[in-house]
Ligand binder design. Structure first.
Ligand code: ADP
Ligand code: MG
Length: 453
């Protein structure tokens, strides 16, 4: 798991998943609007402003607060008085509802206006009229109690709360809620995308192959179109129909040509002759990829031998519709001479050794010396020998690969997990075989038409 991501890579990952991010953001905004309009009740505010003077109505000076400190204390004192039962109890009885003092205190706030001598009493309620009425009742009760208790006449109603049919609710706020939901939705979506990236063990891109497997990508094979009458045909028939020379018009050929070109380059430069195709798990495309590569080599007039060494799950005799009474197993287990097991295919320059009848179950291990002898004997007769093998976890595969000049690892971009692929590569390298690179099969091309002509 690669935990270090630079900013450019991070942006690229997020951009690749822009649709997921947008969908999550739109869903969060939708949920927020639903909650705002359908679940939350609107709350309105009633606001009364009181002016507290330092002079009595008759012009007599009040004991002066003197400094800011005592002025603040005075404000606190007034606030405490406003919130006291002496002021609030008459309000509750005037309101004629079953409000408690604690409840009323929750709904109201008393604050000075910008450190001035103006006190603002705010009351919130689901009904605007009640909010307005309560704010005014509190102001009146406070005015009355100051006069009674403190014998002061210095509280003046500056602006009473007023009912306004066009007033906007103070809560919930659709715009604020929408902005918050966009931010939360966006962050949440990006978090999900990044976590998915960090914990993603698939080999869904060339970059993933080079990063996680530290191997060159020899070819990228797209998901091929399904054969026409797929419902009624077996997977062996499907394989045949996906062979290049059975392809109809408009079928991708270029990816295989690119793969064959990479292999030819290696063969020339590193003087390789026998190439083994394997994969971490069954069904990842060893046979289809190796068969098509062999076809391309034969097409380019290279004397090509294809050996089906996947003795328990053979496939090439189905693909080429060849008899399978004799084959590799006949040579390995029944001492049949090499010349008797080689068949000519319908394609010029392409010879085949099919798997032959399934080996006895007791034959757990292959006689690798015999395989080596066969490869050595045939080396001069062919330009290229392609071996289709079982997956790497089958103990035969590393043994066979030890006698090939190079091994290519086929991985399925949709199903192969890179820890499995890494283990597979390790098994091959431990058997003293050279891993030439990786073929990324079953790849979902963004622009499949690029490969059609
Ligand atoms: N790139 C591909 N696109 C579509 N189908 C594929 C692709 N590669 C393999 N398949 C199909 O998947 C199945 C398994 O492929 P196969 O080559 O037999 O795998 P393996 O030899 O590794 O077990 C076959 O039916 C084959 O037609
Ligand atoms: Mg196979």
């Amino acid at each position: 798991m690669d935990m270090t991501l630079d900013l450019k890579a991070l942006a690229a990952i997020l951009f690749r998943h822009i649709w997921i991010i947008l969908i999550i953001m739109i869903s969060t905004v939708g949920m927020s609007l639903f909650v705002t309009y359908q679940v939350m009740s609107p709350v309105y505010e009633g606001k009364t402003e009181l002016l507290i003077t330092t002079e009595q109505a008759d012009g007599q000076a009040l004991p002066s607060p003197g400094d800011i400190d005592s002025s603040l204390k005075l404000i606190d004192t007034y606030r405490a008085i406003i919130e006291s039962p002496t002021v609030l109890n008459p309000v509750i009885s005037d309101l004629e509802n079953s409000l408690t003092i604690a409840h009323l205190k929750q709904k109201m706030t008393v604050e000075p206006l910008h450190d001035s001598q103006v006190l603002v009493i705010k009351v919130e309620d689901q009904d605007q009229k009640t909010a307005v009425n309560t704010a005014n009742l509190i102001a009146q009760s406070f005015q009355k109690r100051t006069a009674e208790l403190m014998k002061l006449d210095n509280v003046h109603l500056l602006s009473p709360a007023e009912y306004n049919p066009d007033a906007k609710q103070i809560c919930p706020k659709p715009v604020v809620n929408t902005i918050i939901s966009i931010l939360i939705g966006g962050l949440f979506a990006m978090g999900i995308v990044l976590l998915k990236h960090i914990f993603n063990t698939s080999l869904s891109s060339e970059e993933a192959v080079t990063t996680h497997l530290e191997q060159p990508v020899l070819g990228v094979i797209p998901t091929l179109p399904k054969p026409a009458s797929e419902d009624s045909i077996s997977s062996q028939n499907a394989l045949r129909q996906q062979l290049m020379h059975h392809w109809q018009d408009k079928t991708p050929i270029e990816p295989y040509q690119n793969l064959a070109a990479s292999l030819l380059y290696l063969i020339k430069n590193e003087t390789l002759k026998t190439i083994l195709f394997t994969s971490p798990n069954p069904g990842e495309g060893k046979s289809l990829t190796s068969l098509n590569t062999a076809l391309l080599f034969a097409n380019s007039k290279k004397r090509t031998l294809y050996i089906d060494m996947d003795l328990r799950k053979p496939s090439c005799h189905y693909a080429f519709q060849l008899p399978n009474h004799v084959g590799m197993s006949s040579y390995l287990f029944h001492e049949m001479p090499i010349s008797d097991i080689i068949q000519e295919s319908e394609i010029e320059h392409l010879s085949i050794i099919t798997a032959g009848p399934p080996p006895p179950f007791s034959a757990r291990l292959l006689n690798v010396a015999k395989i080596n002898a066969l490869l050595t004997a045939l080396k001069d007769d062919f330009d290229i020998i392609i071996i289709d093998s079982p997956p790497t976890f089958v103990s035969d595969t590393p043994l066979i690969s030890g006698h090939a000049d190079g091994t290519v690892m086929v991985v399925d971009s949709k199903s192969t997990r890179y820890p499995d692929a890494r283990q597979a590569i390790e098994r091959i390298t431990q058997s003293d075989s050279k891993v030439l690179g990786v073929i990324l099969n079953n790849f979902k091309m963004k622009h499949v038409q690029d490969y059609y002509y």
